[in-house]
Design a protein around this ligand. Structure first.
Ligand SMILES: Cc1cc2nc3c(=O)[nH]c(=O)nc-3n(C[C@H](O)[C@H](O)[C@H](O)COP(=O)(O)OP(=O)(O)OC[C@H]3O[C@@H](n4cnc5c(N)ncnc54)[C@H](O)[C@@H]3O)c2cc1C
Length: 387
């Protein structure tokens, strides 16, 4: 069992102590700095401190989630950049690879994810396949040892920084929609990949449209069996929901800063009431995350409980931002400070990684056992459904 003292002493030679007055950040909003995060991950790389649950052979420490929690508590004492640009690689792709990729693929890709050397993006959503992700229409056609991929992806977070993307493409349109999908890792520098950043309402251009025109992907870069891409997608989405609901969405705690703002500005009773409501929501979220962490400690994989923490996390951030702007009054709608950035960024968390409505469907069907929505497009071949 690793002790907190042992961890603290090892980390203190690698990292600087945390500044108690640091600004909080959300989803890396307002910044295009990726080098600070990369330097941080590289510093933690040799010891496997950023990825303690990964197996030793892939650069982790082979620890249980419970032991890893000791490390994350100690890491919180030190300065930490917003690692959101690395979130897809570290928290979505890596656990999915560990579950479903070959040892050779893990050896090739995981070390570069761990040190931040290679950023990954998630090439899942398309203009006609967001909530209904199994409707993806990007085509993958086999040509000997390679596949040729053509199609359009959208909302690809950090696509313009990414070296690799985890891609879902339709390899057999004659099968029902969930069965004809295959997953790949695409080198974003391959000829035919065109990444076009999109401007968001918070001023960032952190996600992109990605056009794929006859892009060659080696069969060695196929993740899982041909036609088994939906399983890869489900594993990746479960990992993503867990990451967005708990760690990895930013640095610092907006809820604590809200209480500081309340003390500084002493608003009237109506606004105090809103702050109290946001605080209660935040405490409920903290306890929900703790329940999910405790479940993970007993060895349960990320599952539908991630939908609960993601739903609550999105609500907390929005209510915290609303309450802060109510305290600030007109000052809250000018400038680009942390509260304005939070206010303009928080709504996106209700969409990314599956919308609130979709999370509620998952909770309703898989957790509460309510009757499933009527679905008429599951059995027929994908190419016989109107798109
Ligand atoms: C900040 C951000 C980052 C993102 N990053 C990525 C990324 O890196 N890679 C990637 O592949 N995608 C990414 N996405 C895309 C995201 O996963 C999709 O936006 C999301 O799945 C919703 O899909 P859509 O936008 O096509 O909306 P639609 O699916 O068209 O939904 C429109 C509306 O209808 C509702 N709706 C749809 N179906 C149902 C239903 N069955 N029941 C009830 N309501 C329903 C939805 O809740 C929504 O309100 C990102 C999105 C955001 C906002």
């Amino acid at each position: 069992m690793i002790s907190p003292e042992e961890v603290r002493s090892a980390l203190s030679s690698l990292l600087r102590p945390r500044d108690p007055n640091e600004q909080f950040t959300v989803l890396g909003a307002g910044s295009d700095d990726i080098e600070t995060g990369r330097a941080y991950l590289t510093a933690l790389g040799d010891g496997g401190w950023a990825v303690p649950t990964w197996p030793l052979e892939f650069g982790g420490r082979g620890l249980s989630p419970g032991q890893a929690a000791v490390i994350s508590r100690e890491l919180a004492r030190f300065e930490q950049p917003d690692l959101y640009p690395f979130l897809v690689g570290l928290s979505v792709v890596a656990p999915t690879l560990l579950e479903l990729a070959t040892p050779e693929q893990c050896t090739r890709w995981l070390r570069l994810i761990k040190t931040g050397e290679e950023i990954w993006c998630q090439l899942f959503s398309e203009p006609g396949a967001g909530s209904d992700l199994a409707n993806v229409g990007a085509k993958a056609v086999r040509d000997g040892d390679i596949w040729r991929v053509t199609g359009q992806k959208v909302w690809t977070s950090r696509g313009h920084y990414a070296r690799r993307g985890i891609l879902l493409a339709r390899s057999d349109p004659s099968l029902p929609k969930h069965r004809g999908i295959t997953a790949f890792a695409v080198d974003m520098q391959t000829a035919g990949v065109d990444v076009r950043p999109l401007r968001q309402m918070n001023g960032d251009a952190h996600f992109s449209e990605v056009f794929l025109d006859d892009v060659e992907v080696s069969d060695d870069d196929r993740i899982g069996d041909v036609g088994a891409g939906w399983g890869v997608a489900r594993a990746a989405l479960a990992n993503e929901r867990g990451a967005l609901g708990t760690a990895g969405t930013g640095v610092g705690a907006p809820a604590d800063r809200l209480l500081e703002l309340l003390t500084e500005r002493e608003p009237g009773a109506v606004v105090r009431d809103r702050v109290a409501a946001a605080h209660v929501e935040s405490e409920v979220n903290r306890l929900t995350m703790r329940r999910a962490r405790d479940a993970a400690r007993t060895g349960r994989a990320a599952g539908p409980e991630g939908s609960g923490t993601k739903l609550r996390g999105s609500a907390v951030l929005k209510e915290t931002a609303d309450a802060a702007l109510a305290i600030l009054g007109p000052e809250g709608v000018v400038g680009d400070g942390e509260w304005q950035t939070l206010f303009l960024t928080a709504p996106s968390i209700s969409i990314r990684g599956g919308t609130d409505e979709i999370q509620r469907n998952i909770v309703g069907e898989r957790v509460l056992g309510l009757p499933a929505e009527p679905r008429v497009d599951v059995e027929p071949p994908w190419d016989q459904i109107p798109h």
